[in-house]
Design a protein around this ligand. Structure first.
Ligand code: ZN
Ligand code: MN
Length: 135
């Protein structure tokens, strides 16, 4: 948790618990999932506290907000560049650490200074495919 020492915000026990829950978490949880996971330790903590903390972490660049799931915002503590795959059956989101050669086909790209891109893949995940085959 030392990496949050100079984060520029007060580390209340609730915020600490949210950070700890997110640390190394590859599940891309929603605010509600995070709230349900830690509220047992903080019975007086409101959902708004979790939501506001996530909002602050996103603004400080500590967490990325994903919009790939139209049902709810999902949060990602992995801030190194990567892409995502969402399963339309189980809503699981996988990290895709792979390079893709993405470029403008037209000359329009010349007008922009592109500093990055994020690809959202949609489909069926390996375990849902396996389940499909077994039935
Ligand atoms: Zn799936
Ligand atoms: Mn991710």
């Amino acid at each position: 948790m030392n990496k949050y020492k100079d984060a520029g915000f007060k580390l209340t026990p609730q915020r600490m618990a949210i950070l700890e829950y997110l640390e190394g978490n590859r599940e891309h949880p929603s605010a509600d999932e995070i709230y349900r996971a830690i509220r047992g330790r903080f019975p007086t903590m409101s959902f708004a506290t979790v939501y506001n903390t996530l909002d602050m972490l996103v603004r400080k660049g500590k967490v990325i907000e994903l919009t790939i799931d139209p049902g709810k915002k999902r949060f990602d503590p992995g801030v190194s560049p990567h892409h995502h795959f969402i399963c339309s059956k189980c809503r699981r989101i996988d990290d895709i650490f792979e390079e893709f050669d993405v470029r403008f086909a037209s000359g329009r790209g010349k007008k922009y200074r592109v500093t990055g891109h994020h690809i959202e893949f949609y489909g069926i995940c390996p375990s849902c495919l396996e389940h499909e085959r077994a039935h």
